[in-house]
Design a protein around this ligand. Structure first.
Ligand code: OAD
Length: 237
């Protein structure tokens, strides 16, 4: 069965970066200064209290400087380099740990901390430092730069490409995500509908655990390298 697999879609969430030291959103350490992420990450919150929203993302961007990819990011980068079939790693994470580990066939459906988006002209700019109170856009000059993050109520990036990959997938693997946020939480259903096998690797059962044909519970740093060596081993035999 495993040897019939050619096209793989991997979905990752905050759990894959937890062992690198980045807080998850809904874990015990999931609140930020008493705010739920749903209250900080909205267009309304940015309009109402831009200082608060910028502070939230400035803190998360600064945290990137002191963390490094873990064994799970590295295993997926190895899969990316070695897998002869189609592979798409869709991450909900806004950190850059997948690419720092070397993953290339990757897309950030919820945006990136290291990018700023101009709300006036739509230009995206690489952004490494703090955004403070909302800096000027280097393109149009408007003081309208915001984190290039998909807020609640906004459309995730590259949905057409993701949907297309899901329709062709032989295997869908979900790693380190609670399954609380759509549309990512619905990818397992789409993949199943088009005939893919489905595997969940998570610390605990997610909201949609029952929809996966197989669930393995444990830390990503152990489960992901194990799965990657299984799938690459099956391919080579
Ligand atoms: P959550 O914080 O909701 O879920 C993280 C999941 O990872 C939980 O199910 C944990 O049990 C699991 N987990 C924690 N540590 C783990 C480990 N070491 N190994 C494996 N699993 C572990 O994060 P997401 O599901 O990613 O959106 O959240 C989805 C979206 O909600 C995020 O992308 C973010 C947030 O609002 C945006 O930023 C737009």
């Amino acid at each position: 069965m495993t040897s019939d697999i050619r096209n793989i879609v991997v979905l990752t969430g905050a759990g894959i970066s937890a062992e690198s030291g980045l807080a998850t959103f809904r874990g015990p350490d999931g609140l930020w200064e008493g705010h739920r992420v749903e209250d900080v990450c909205t267009p309304e919150a940015l309009a109402r209290d831009p200082v608060l929203v910028h502070r939230f993302y400035d803190a998360r961007r600064a945290a990137l400087e002191s963390v490094t990819p873990n064994a799970a990011h590295e295993a997926l980068a190895h899969l990316d380099a070695a897998w002869p079939g189609e592979l798409l790693i869709v991450t909900q994470n806004v950190d850059d740990l997948h690419e720092r580990a070397g993953a290339r066939r990757l897309l950030h459906m919820h945006g990136e901390l290291l990018s700023a988006l101009c709300a006036a002209c739509g230009m995206a700019t690489r952004w490494a430092g703090a955004m403070g109170h909302g800096p000027e856009c280097p393109g149009c000059g408007a003081r309208a730069l915001r984190p290039d993050i998909v807020f609640f109520g906004e459309m995730p990036y590259q949905m057409d490409r993701i949907d297309e990959a899901l329709t062709r997938a032989d295997l869908f693997v979900s790693i380190g995500t609670s399954g609380a946020v759509y549309p990512a939480a619905g990818f397992v259903q789409t993949a199943r509908h088009y005939g893919a096998g489905t595997l969940e690797l998570n610390l605990e059962p997610s909201a949609g655990s029952f929809q996966f044909s197989e669930s393995r519970m444990g830390k990503a740093s152990r489960l992901v390298p194990q799965w990657v060596s299984e799938i690459l081993g099956a391919r080579n035999h």
